[in-house]
Structures are given as structure tokens and as C-alpha cells.
Design a protein. Structure first.
Length: 177
């Protein structure tokens, strides 16, 4: 039985831990992995990426290539050492940096530009989710936003009772003119 989680007594693998997000290719969905192999490496995604255009380190094409390279490395390692063996490397950190995943604006320009509709944003979000939920390693500005959501139920520090105060001010200004 897993401690602290009621109702898990009937699970087949009680020692299996649920991971929030993805740290390595084994944590990604089959769709994410198939996208990595489907990528034609044309680079249109990176050309259209606003983060890349402003000089940030993010390259959606590199995200897909790194995912594919890591998947092939894991497959080779598993073939030599068995399916349960770990090589000590991870997609997050060894292939894709924290700087890259936090540079993404999630605008989906990369997906729109892709001729085969590959979705690097999904992989980026899974890696981000792991960083935030499992490692508590988010940018400081995000931590403030998370705290505000927890206390005020919105990303801003306004209490719920004052949430629409600005709209009333705009309405009274427009009625006065």
C-alpha cells in the first residue's frame, strides 16, 4: 500500500510512483515520441518562434531533435542492459535546458508553421510541469503568481471582492464623457 494515498491498496504496482510532467522520454506520451520521429527537420518552427526571433535559446526544432536523439539512446541502452536499466541521463538537463523550456511563450507559432503539425509545445509543457510540480523549480515571478492564485484565486494580488472594480471605473468614466 502506498502511504498517504487512500484507495491505492488494489493497485497492481503499489510501488509505482506517478510523476507529474516529464523528466525523460519514458515519461512522454506515444504522440510526443512519434512527433519526434515524424519531424522533417525543415526548421520552419524555429524561424516562426517569437522567443527564438528575440534571441532566446529556444529552438522548437532542437526540442524535437533532442527528444528523438534521447529516445534512440534509451532504446540502445535498454537493448544492451534490459528494460529496467537506467543510464543516469535525462531529457531534461542533459539534452534540453531549463532556459530553453522557460523561454517558450506557448503561442503555438511553431505548430502553425509546421507542414506536418508537429507539437513541440506539448513536450515543453510536460518538461515545465515536471520542473514546477516535482522539483519546485520555477522562475521567481511564477512563484509569486502561484502564491497569488493560491491566496486570491487569480494571478494578481487583488482580493476576489475587488476583481471587477476596474470595470466599474471604466463604466463610470465612459458614462461621464
Amino acid at each position: 500500500m502506498m502511504l498517504g494515498i487512500p484507495g491505492n491498496e488494489d493497485q497492481e504496482n503499489p510501488e509505482e510512483i506517478i510523476r507529474l510532467g516529464a523528466k525523460d522520454v519514458r515519461d512522454l506520451s506515444w504522440k510526443n515520441l512519434m512527433d519526434a520521429y515524424t519531424c522533417t527537420e525543415c526548421g520552419r518552427c524555429t524561424v516562426e518562434c517569437p522567443a527564438n526571433q528575440t534571441g532566446k535559446k529556444l529552438s522548437p526544432r532542437k526540442i524535437m531533435m533532442d527528444t528523438r536523439d534521447r529516445l534512440e539512446e534509451v532504446a540502445e541502452f535498454m537493448a544492451k542492459n534490459g528494460t529496467g536499466a537506467e543510464d543516469g541521463k535525462f531529457l531534461l538537463g542533459d539534452y534540453i535546458s531549463k532556459e530553453e523550456i522557460f523561454a517558450c511563450t506557448t503561442c503555438n507559432a511553431c505548430i502553425e508553421a509546421c507542414p506536418v503539425l508537429i507539437d513541440p509545445v506539448s513536450i515543453i509543457l510536460q518538461l515545465r510541469r515536471y520542473m514546477c510540480m516535482e522539483e519546485s523549480n520555477a522562475p521567481a515571478a511564477w512563484n509569486a503568481m502561484f502564491s497569488n492564485i493560491e491566496t486570491s484565486f487569480s494571478p494578481w494580488k487583488f482580493p476576489p471582492a475587488e476583481r471587477f472594480k476596474w470595470a466599474e471605473e471604466v463604466k463610470s468614466e465612459s458614462n461621464g464623457k
